[in-house]
Structures are given as structure tokens and as C-alpha cells.
Design a protein around this ligand. Structure first.
Ligand code: NDP
Length: 506
């Protein structure tokens, strides 16, 4: 791990299931952060000069080294975040999928594009993509490897260096990844880590990085954007969500219930694209609820083989408890779990019915193992309620033939049809939201170009006798321009660029 200075203060990382200390990291202040960013600038310049093929080769070496340490990484995820081993391994696998995809698709995504020069047909017009320089990645604690890797891999593939600030709750996994990067990438300082709590993230947001990719809450996202505004540093914000799921009358109820239980409870509900609220057609509501409850009752909470692990922080448990108590006070019916079933770091999966939009559990991000199910009279009502949110990240629809049409009506960055969360597992699909869920995209070609500056080049291929970009124009030019305006854009004959060129030549 990179340390520009030797900060004396250290931050401990705890196992949320046992509260044992599992390691500690330095706390980097603004001076150390600035020094690390300065080193990254040097690395970025060297890296940007390499060919795309050479960068792909290095990223392949990095990916293979990460894969060789998969068990160690999964173990750290399990101990530091609290997620069960199977979910930790899945996270490692998904993160590696993005490293592979970013390396493989960079060449095509970044290829310069020739576009029409329009009326200036004597020009060759090209769009090209260039690295921004150093990308500061501020990562969350819920998917401490997969989520930041969605920015890191694409930023590196686009030719940038990265400085990564992990959450104070999960710094060890980041330190391990930076160690692996230092060993496997021939270029030094390409991926460095700064550790500490919020102030270290704030220092990175104020530093000389050329772009910031932030994942976390909308409140902190606003603070990051405000800090970045001082230097006009562009930001990409991947914030929270309140993802709706719609179950129509003609949906396959067994599949919908299974997907709902997984989508709401994987990672103990601590996912930005968790199913956070469910709208079910009146005709199938009771059968759907019965099926969900049956499946939830079969889940095991805690232990190495549990389906649900510990909640990562006490602060998160407090938010979940508050949402559940608020819902119960406003009339929600608890079918499993509930506020009284929270014990230590564990929250029992909770199914609620009789919920409405006065309740926090239907409007604020709960980020816990909670499935609030609302009965609706029609698909229109379901769509209207689904869209009634300040967030707009993921969403899902279970229905028959109309499923795709319903999906298209949802105001969200991403939708899975007859499935949940699938868009996150398809590396070529861009990932991101709208509204309070943020802006900008990671993953896919868009996710690579997100970490580039776009350059437009207009190259004159042939000189014309009449040069409009000159003060030496003939006297009759205003009259000719009036005629052209009418012909090109008015009610007159629609002229083609070629005709226009011929006119200019004559
Ligand atoms: P935050 O948004 O506070 O944390 C996200 C990242 O930002 C962490 O690395 C954090 O560091 C860092 N950070 C904190 N303060 C600053 C700052 N001033 N400037 C720059 N970076 C900063 O998330 P919380 O842990 O507070 O979680 C609160 C809620 O956010 C959750 O309940 C959930 O609803 C939502 N959330 C959403 C996530 C998502 O995937 N969209 C992920 C995480 C949370 P540190 O952890 O060291 O303070």
C-alpha cells in the first residue's frame, strides 16, 4: 500500500459479527492524500502513453493475480463486511468479470469515431477519447470490492491512474487489492489507496484528481460534489436507491417470489439495487405474499453457512430499526421478523404488508433485509407508485407479454424483466441512476468513456475558393447567405451539403 508519509494515527477494522479487531490502517490527512495524488499524476502520464494492447496485457496480469488471491479476498470480505462466504466469493467473481470486460472492450470503446461534417463537407470530423488523468474513487462498505472495481477497472482501462478511498468500515480489502496491483502491474503507483474516515474522503474530493467517482449516500454525494466544485472537478455519483418491483396478475408467481426474496435479502439487503418495495396485483397479492413468507422462513441468519450475514455497522442497524418501527406505528403488518427480532448485529428478514407511502420503509433507503409488499389495483397504479420516488436506480417487473412495455414506463436507470438485479451482472450494460440515485455511468462502453475527455477534431481536407471563416468575403455574401438560409432551413428547397459545396465553388 502507498504511504507518502507515515501517519501516526491508525484506524481499526472490525469484524461486525464478532466485533473483533481484524487489522488497522493509517489515517491519511490532506498532505498525504495530495502527495499520493501527485505520484498518481506521474503514473497516469506514463500509463496513457502505452498502447491499448500493452494496457490490456497489464490489466490481464492484474486480473490473474486477483483471481489467484480469490480465497484471501473473499475471506477478508466475509470478515470485514459480515457477508456469508458464498456472497463474498460471488462478489470476487463479479469484480473480476468487470476487470476482464473493461480490459477486453477498451479498444473498441475508445476507438476514434468519424462523424458527418454536415455542411462543412470539406472537413474530416473525428471524435476521440483521451484519459482524464487521475481518478479518485470513493467506495462504499456494502460491496467493498465489486462496487469500486466498477469504477477502478474502467478508469484504468481508459488510461488513467486511480487513487481509491475505501470506507472506514472496510479498508483492509482495498489495501490488499492495492498490494496485488503493486505486485502485478509493471507500472508503479497506478492503483493507490488512501485510508481513513470521512475527512480522508473529503481531502481526496478537494485534491488535484481529475475526476471523482463516488458511491454512497445522497447526503455524502452532495458534500463530495460541493468540495469538487472548488476546482470544477467532474464527478460521477452512484448513490442509493429505493428500487421497486412490480408483480402483475399474469406473472409467474413462483419465480417472482424467489427473485423477490433474493433481490431484497442478498447481502442482508445492503445493496444499492436491492428490491426495497414490492407492488403486487390485487388478484395475486395473497398467493404471492404466502410464497414469499414460506421462502423467507426457510432462510438461516448468521453462522458461516447462513443465507444472511451480519449488518455491517451499528449505524445501519439503527436506520433499519427506525424504518421498521415507523412502519409498524403507521399500521404495517409484520409477517416475519420485525423490529423486535433485531438482536446484536443481526436483523431477521422482515416481510411487511399493509404498507403505504407515508412510511419511511416505502420512501427512504432502508438498506436492510426488509420486504414491504403493497397491494395495487392495476398496473397503472403500480407504475405510478413505483415512479413516485426521489430515487431512480434499479427496478424490476414480473409480468407476461406486457412486461417489457411496463419496464419502459419506469423512471429508473436500469430495469430487469422477469428477473432481479440482472443488469448489474451484464458487464456491457451501463450502470447508474437518475434523481437522488446520482448521475454518470460505470460498466460497459459508456463506463469506459466516462473516464475520458472527449476531443473533437475538424480536419480540413480540401480548401474552398470561398472561405466562410475569413473576413475576406465578397460584398454580395449577405445576399448569398440569406438565400442559403432559406434553401437549407426554410420552406424552400431542401439542399444537400453537396449542392451547397457546389454553390460555394461556383
Ligand atoms: P456514506 O455515503 O457516508 O459513505 C460512502 C463513502 O464516502 C465512504 O467511503 C465514506 O467514508 C466516504 N465519505 C464520508 N464522508 C465523506 C466526505 N465528507 N467526503 C468524501 N467522502 C466521504 O455512507 P454511509 O456509510 O454513511 O451510509 C449511509 C447510507 O448510505 C446507507 O444507509 C445507505 O442508505 C447509503 N449507502 C448507499 C450505498 C450504495 O451502494 N449506493 C453504499 C453505502 C451507503 P467512511 O465510510 O470512511 O466515512
Amino acid at each position: 500500500m502507498a504511504t507518502a508519509a507515515s501517519p501516526s494515527e491508525r484506524l481499526s477494522s472490525y469484524n461486525p459479527a464478532t466485533h473483533e479487531v481484524i487489522g488497522s490502517v493509517p489515517i491519511h490527512g490532506p498532505a498525504e492524500v495530495d502527495a499520493i495524488v501527485a505520484r498518481a499524476k506521474v503514473a497516469a502520464e506514463r500509463w496513457a502513453q502505452l498502447s491499448l494492447a500493452a494496457r490490456r496485457e497489464e490489466l490481464t496480469a492484474f486480473r490473474k493475480a486477483l483471481a489467484a488471491h480469490a480465497d484471501e479476498l473473499a475471506d477478508l470480505l466475509h470478515r470485514e463486511n459480515g457477508k456469508p462466504e458464498i456472497e463474498a466469493l460471488t462478489e470476487v467473481m463479479m469484480a473480476l468479470g468487470h476487470v476482464q470486460h473493461a480490459g477486453a472492450c477498451a479498444e473498441a470503446a475508445l476507438a476514434p469515431r468519424r462523424v458527418s461534417a454536415g455542411l462543412l463537407a470539406n472537413f474530416r470530423a473525428t471524435i476521440s477519447y483521451h484519459p482524464v488523468g487521475v481518478v479518485g474513487v470513493i467506495g462504499p462498505w456494502n460491496y467493498p470490492l465489486f462496487t469500486p472495481m466498477g469504477s477502478i477497472a474502467y478508469a484504468l482501462a481508459a488510461g488513467n491512474a486511480v487513487v481509491w478511498k475505501p470506507s472506514e468500515l472496510t479498508p483492509l480489502i482495498a489495501v490488499k487489492v492495492a498490494e496485488i496491483a503493486a505486485q502485478s502491474l509493471a507500472q508503479p503507483d497506478l492503483l493507490q489507496v488512501v485510508t481513513g474516515a470521512g475527512p480522508t474522503g473529503a481531502a481526496l474530493a478537494r485534491s488535484a484528481v481529475d475526476k471523482i467517482a463516488f458511491t454512497g449516500s445522497a447526503a455524502t454525494g452532495r458534500r463530495v460534489m460541493t468540495a469538487a466544485a472548488e476546482r470544477l472537478t467532474p464527478v460521477l455519483l452512484e448513490l442509493g436507491g429505493k428500487d421497486p418491483m412490480i408483480v402483475a396478475e399474469d406473472a409467474d408467481l413462483g419465480k417472482a417470489a424467489e427473485a423477490c426474496v433474493y433481490g431484497a435479502l442478498t447481502n442482508a439487503g445492503q445493496a444499492c439495487i436491492s428490491v426495497e418495495r414490492v407492488y403486487v396485483a390485487d388478484a395475486v397479492h395473497d398467493r404471492f405474499v404466502d410464497e414469499v413468507v414460506k421462502q423467507v422462513r426457510n432462510l438461516k441468519v448468521g453462522g458461516d453457512d447462513g443465507h444472511l450475514g451480519a449488518i455491517t455497522s451499528d449505524a445501519q442497524i439503527a436506520i433499519i430499526k427506525d424504518h421498521l418501527e415507523d412502519a409498524v406505528a403507521k399500521g404495517a403488518k409484520v409477517l416475519t421478523g420485525g423490529p423486535a427480532a433485531i438482536s446484536g448485529s443481526y436483523v431477521q428478514p422482515t416481510v411487511l404488508t399493509d404498507v403505504d407511502h407515508r412510511m419511511k420503509v416505502m420512501t427512504e433507503e432502508t438498506f436492510g433485509p426488509v420486504i414491504p409488499i403493497k397491494r395495487v389495483g392495476s398496473v397503472d397504479e403500480a407504475v405510478q407508485l413505483a415512479n413516485e420516488s426521489k430515487y431512480g436506480l434499479g427496478s424490476s417487473v414480473f409480468a407476461g407479454k406486457a412486461a417489457r412495455a411496463i419496464a419502459d414506463r419506469l423512471r429508473a436507470g436500469m430495469t430487469s424483466v422477469n428477473s432481479v438485479m440482472a443488469f448489474a451482472g451484464i458487464p456491457s450494460l451501463p450502470f447508474g441512476g437518475i434523481g437522488d440515485s446520482g448521475f454518470g455511468r460505470i460498466h460497459g462502453d459508456e463506463g469506459i468513456r466516462e473516464f475520458t475527455r472527449i476531443k473533437s477534431t475538424a480536419e480540413q481536407t480540401m480548401a474552398l475558393p470561398l472561405n466562410l471563416m475569413s473576413f475576406r468575403l465578397p460584398k454580395e455574401m449577405p445576399a448569398r447567405l440569406r438565400q442559403m438560409i432559406r434553401q437549407l432551413y426554410g420552406d424552400g428547397v431542401v439542399a444537400k451539403a453537396g449542392d451547397w459545396l457546389r454553390k460555394l465553388r461556383s
